[in-house]
Design a binder for this molecule. Structure first.
Ligand SMILES: C[S@@+](CC[C@H](N)C(=O)[O-])C[C@H]1O[C@@H](n2cnc3c(N)ncnc32)[C@H](O)[C@@H]1O
Length: 240
């Protein structure tokens, strides 16, 4: 049920999202710089952009010489990603929570999954698939909503549960209801360590100086409490 609502929300806001994330402070000056700082050199590397949205990250990774494949559950987002990247990269519709049957095992050097895993209730299939399609010692970089932010923002009283939550987003055109799943910190980390990854870096990001120029109020708030969390995980050479 939530999945249909999540798709509907992104279909509705796709155009606005595509235009606004170019300079929207939480994307351009908070998530992207901190997440990209965890990415390795992608020159000549095969990169999967899972839940690629309108292909902004893919555009950056293509400009850095990566061979990028992206998928997203929203057909409009995929159309925008193709349009933005003008024949470069490969983009198609697929659901993060369904096995990636189109990919052979060990086909990617790097996987990026930015601001999307909180739309998936059970991460098991997704992380198993990330592990299967990554080469040994391949790198997975994710950004998610910070579990402590979600716990307070959604007024949870059940820290240890994975709960469906919803918020009203006003920053992408008409107010829109966005459904997602909040989870405790352990449920952000254990799916990785239980499926063949070790955690190499965990960042509670800070906003950049450009953020301060464009939105001083939220700049101050983000210096006091994190909204996102970024992780770099490495697939173990040998999975025991
Ligand atoms: C906040 S946007 C992030 C897009 C892109 N990664 C970025 O950071 O610019 C979240 C994206 O996740 C996608 N999404 C949500 N649930 C998904 C799922 N189950 N499988 C694949 N994509 C999904 C949405 O369609 C949307 O494009």
């Amino acid at each position: 049920m939530s999945k249909e609502k999540i798709i509907a929300a992104y279909e509705e806001m796709a155009e606005a999202y595509n235009k606004l994330i170019e300079h929207k402070p939480h994307n351009a000056y908070y998530d992207r710089p901190n997440t990209l700082a965890l990415m390795p050199d992608v020159q000549g590397k095969s990169v999967l952009d899972a839940a690629c949205g309108p292909g902004k990250y893919a555009e950056i990774l293509l400009s850095r010489g990566g061979r990028v494949t992206g998928f997203d559950i929203s057909p409009k987002m995929i159309a925008l990603a193709k349009n933005r990247n003008k024949g470069q990269g490969t983009f198609f519709v697929h659901d993060l929570s369904v096995p990636f049957e189109m990919f052979k095992k060990e086909s990617f050097d790097v996987i990026l999954c930015a601001l999307a895993l909180h739309y998936v209730q059970d991460w098991t299939v997704t992380i198993e698939e990330f592990s299967r399609v990554l080469k040994p010692q391949g790198i997975l970089v994710i950004s998610i909503e910070h579990p402590f932010f979600e716990y307070t923002y959604f007024h949870s009283r059940k820290y240890f549960e994975i709960e469906p939550v919803k918020g009203i987003w006003k920053g992408f055109g008409n107010p829109i209801e966005v459904h997602s799943y909040r989870r405790p910190l352990s449920d952000c980390l254990l799916p990785l360590t239980n499926h063949g990854f070790y955690i190499d870096k965990l960042v509670e990001p800070l906003p950049t100086e450009e953020f301060k120029q464009s939105d001083p109020k939220h700049y101050k708030e983000l210096n006091e409490f994190p909204v996102f969390m970024c992780i770099r995980a490495v697939k173990k050479a040998e999975i025991r």
